[in-house]
Write a protein that binds this ligand. Structure first.
Ligand code: GLN
Length: 196
């Protein structure tokens, strides 16, 4: 891998610009992905938040659904991106997820998350709670045995990892806390080392 990892950000819809800005800030090179050929040569991929039904429709239209299934690198899915990767959609992460499941009254909110894994604390040498921005967020109903919980809200998983996949039900790209993206870039470095 080059010194600056090349990270694709799925840019068919949703807040891909904020992810790109975060990646740039951390020294990675963001690449906007709108068609399958743009996945070639990437070291990792982010599927951002947005609207998962629109996402799925546009991804099918451009053949990105199948291309994502073939993509072999690390993937970070946030909010709608988590839904897109779950059992009921692309089936890449062993999760059952309920859309918009935090209720109508408090559909969007911010909260401090409990870090279950200390990997996040190690990233960036950062201490302190992770602030989660939830916007009509999905709720994890069930996680398969291969899924590791990294952070929780009120005892429910909101940040998880399954092998080369990291998924968050919140929006790490909307805060100044870079730890989730750093954790992802660490994974990218590890995986690229293994593949080469
Ligand atoms: N509610 C959206 C969905 O179901 C997800 C919201 C988001 O990504 N901020 O797809």
């Amino acid at each position: 891998m080059e010194q600056r990892p090349k990270i694709g950000v799925l840019a068919v819809q949703g807040n891909f610009r904020e992810h790109a800005a975060m990646l740039r800030r951390l020294g990675a090179e963001p690449v906007e992905v709108r068609k399958p050929s743009q996945l070639e040569g990437l070291d990792g991929l982010i599927v951002p938040g947005g609207e998962s039904t629109t996402f799925m429709r546009l991804m099918r239209l451009y053949g990105l659904d199948e291309a994502l299934g073939r993509f072999a690198g690390p993937v970070l899915g946030t909010c709608a991106g988590m839904i897109v990767l779950d059992r009921a959609h692309l089936g890449l992460v062993d999760l059952e997820v309920d859309r918009n499941a935090y209720g109508r009254q408090v559909a969007s909110f911010e909260a401090d998350l409990d870090l279950v894994s200390n990997k996040l604390l190690q990233a960036n040498g950062g201490a302190g709670p992770l602030r989660g921005v939830f916007i009509r967020a999905p709720r994890v109903r069930e996680a398969g045995p291969g899924v590791e919980v990294l952070a929780e809200l009120d005892g429910e998983p909101v940040l998880l990892r399954q092998g080369r996949f990291i998924v968050a039900s919140f929006h790490p790209e909307l805060t100044d806390d870079t730890r989730v993206h750093e954790l992802f870039l660490d994974l990218v470095r590890e995986e690229t080392g293994v593949r080469t």
